[in-house]
Design a protein. Sequence first.
Length: 253
Amino acid sequence: MLTSTTTTMFRPSVARSCGLQPLLRRSTPTACPYSTFRPSSLGLRQSPWQQKQTPCIKPVRSSTTTTTVVPRRHASTTSAAQQDAEAAAAASAQARASHPDLPPLDWNTFFQLRKTRRRWQLAFSFATCATGGTVGALFLSTGAADAMVNQIPLDPFVTLGLMTFGFAALGWLAGPSMGSVVFYALNSKYRAQMTLKETQFFARIKKNRVDPSASSAGNPVPDFYGEKISSVAGYRQWLKDQRAFNKKRTTFV
């Protein structure tokens, strides 16, 4: 049984032990990996084993930004066709207002007249080609170009043949002009309207035709100048060919 003297003797040691406990707690702090408290903020030295410890790094969660790409929507061919039809109707109305005495000319009639004019041009091209070659051969047979033939270092028969071919080529080139003159002389009432329709037609061809720089051997340009168009159905087929060319150029299919 402890007496009062014994308890009195233990009181200083108990007091000292109670006083050392806060010091021990302060000298050996517990490092929390997520705490902002550091022993250096209180001016206390860390032990060597505490300095060698690798701090625990909290992984930072990176926020990933997702970008949604919205494909560009192209205008439908129906709306484009409607715009072309409205523009053509407005131009036709303006032409009728400026020339009220002229007969109406629709697109089918225009293509039919254009085909007829092309036939006249071809017929006169063949006729003038044959005429030019014949006239050239008769002219050279007179010996009027012997001085020039002797100056060319080729066989005289080859030189005369090339000259005759040149006369025939000049006749072929003069044929379309003569054919157009004869055609418009026979269809003079459609001359002004055909000129207006041709302006509108070539404006549409220039607007809707493809870029020829993207052509290749496997994907040639489909009728760049629209020379093979002879009807409204042919024009629509030409538009389909242009779209097929662009699709094959982008998708390689």
